[in-house]
Write a protein that binds this ligand. Structure first.
Ligand SMILES: Cc1ncc(COP(=O)(O)O)c(C=O)c1O
Length: 446
């Protein structure tokens, strides 16, 4: 009988995070100060981040210890299962072996708690009283709310307006853990008010919500800002995913030929794939594929250039693939993938052709999600369904290959989107060429 689950013991939860910066065959371009346009110094970030996270952001140490307090909370849901999708394989009549890492079993239903817990921990340790953040679909806001509650911190979440209305139950989750949730753009901040003055019906974007959350943290001494993706320290925390996958693939006696995950800002992709970058450097046949929505095609249609992480140009300039910080993505239901930029680490790996990127359409990802739900029994988050779609495509095309994807979250709080898909109300979006051209014209000169 073929085995369908590869389960680790609690003692196998990684006690150190893996920092890929130690093993990259190239130098990462430094982040740049938005005012002086010089490389950023650690003290430049201290108004919004605790020093422990700033050090991690800039570290080149290969292994960084997971604090015991964080490890103890990880134990609530880690290690997560690696599953063989035997029923999906059968439905596809494929000769490939399909595995998926199931990050949907976390308390909030996605990978985001892997970093929200350490971020809340380090802020608490450095005397911060409350955190501000942005959220798209609500997965990150829920994860940070859970973590702030665990460490007795307050939390204020700026939620992209379109998702605030599309995903009301993620808001409920944030309320359960005691957070305040504000639809962004809002009247609460200068940057929010400026956007609403230009466009009173603006549906928001992650870039706008980041501006609001950063502004509030920068103006208040007791508050810090917390980011759910993009930055090096966030990807670092997420490497618990890939480190576990490595042990589980060894248990399965198999080796990945394809590693596939979706990319919003790049944290689940990075967490899953970065521990395999060394393998890729030794064996170029290993394919590492980042999947994004064609409505927000950062890695496939963006440019590799310094840009701001937010709309109001408050953040440091990061060298990354970007569609322009003023790019306004269409309101696709994978709200967590509506970001104009991508992690500098993942962008550099794409630029150096170590990672491949593909873009997929909204209707195709829901079709793939339904096949997965019908065969494997898990309703995936629309974001995760991007990885499923490409894993299915690869398994249909290839023969006898080992295909591993990251199921970054479940879709139990995305059922309204599934209803819309089932009743034929969802659409694909034409590639937003003119919007991208317009936004790219406003890239900063560095
Ligand atoms: C389930 C899920 N997967 C993936 C993402 C994309 O984010 P990232 O690229 O940081 O993993 C999100 C973002 O909200 C998400 O909720």
């Amino acid at each position: 009988m073929k085995r369908s689950k590869f389960l680790l013991f609690e003692k196998d939860i990684p006690s150190q995070w893996y920092n890929v910066a130690a093993d990259l065959p190239f130098q990462l371009p430094p982040p740049i100060h938005p005012g002086t346009r010089k490389p950023l110094q650690p003290s430049d970030l201290s108004a919004i981040f605790p020093m422990a996270l700033i050090k991690q952001e800039m570290s080149s140490r290969r292994w960084i210890d997971v604090p015991q307090e964080v490890w103890d909370i990880y134990r609530l849901w880690r290690p997560t299962p690696l599953k063989r999708a035997l029923r999906l394989e059968k439905a596809l009549k494929t000769t490939c072996r399909i595995y998926y890492k199931d990050e949907s079993v976390s308390p909030t239903g996605s990978h985001k708690t892997n970093t929200s817990v350490p971020q809340a921990y380090y802020n608490k340790k450095e005397g911060i009283k409350r955190l501000t953040t942005e959220t798209g679909a609500g997965q990150w806001g829920a994860a940070l709310s859970f973590a702030c509650n665990a460490f007795g911190l307050g939390c204020r979440v700026y939620m992209v307006k379109v998702s605030f209305h599309q995903k009301p139950f993620r808001r409920s989750l944030m309320h359960i853990w005691g957070s305040e949730v504000i639809a962004s753009p809002s009247e609460e901040t200068e940057s929010g008010r400026a956007i609403l003055k230009r466009d009173p019906h603006c549906q928001g974007s992650l870039g706008m919500a980041i501006s609001e959350a950063v502004e509030e943290a920068a103006k208040n001494k007791d508050a810090n800002y917390s980011l759910g993706s993009v930055l090096n320290h966030v990807l670092l925390h997420q490497t618990v995913i890939g480190l576990e996958v490595k042990k589980q693939m060894a248990m399965a006696g198999d080796k990945p030929d394809f590693l596939i995950a979706c990319v919003g800002g790049g944290s689940n992709f990075g967490g899953f794939a970065l521990p395999f970058v060394k393998d890729k450097l030794k064996n170029n046949k290993l394919k590492i594929i980042a999947v994004e929505p064609s409505a927000c095609p950062t890695l496939t249609k963006g440019v590799y250039h310094y840009d701001f992480g937010d709309t109001a140009s408050l953040t440091p300039l990061l060298k990354m693939f970007t569609l322009g910080h003023n790019f306004m993505p269409p309101g696709i239901h994978a709200g967590g993938l509506r970001y104009h930029g991508a992690s500098p680490l993942i962008s550099a790996l794409c630029a150096h052709k170590i990672v491949d990127a593909v873009a997929v359409e909204q209707l195709d990802i829901f079709k793939a999600a339904l096949l997965f739900a019908k065969s494997e029994g898990i309703v995936p988050a629309p974001e995760s369904a991007h990885a499923i779609k490409v894993a299915i495509d690869v398994a249909k095309k290839e023969r006898n290959k080992c295909v591993v994807f990251n199921l970054s979250g479940h879709g139990f709080l995305d059922l309204a989107s599934y209803d819309k898909y089932l009743s034929g109300e969802l659409q694909n979006y034409a590639h937003p060429v003119s919007e991208i051209k317009r936004a790219l014209k406003q890239l900063p000169q560095v």
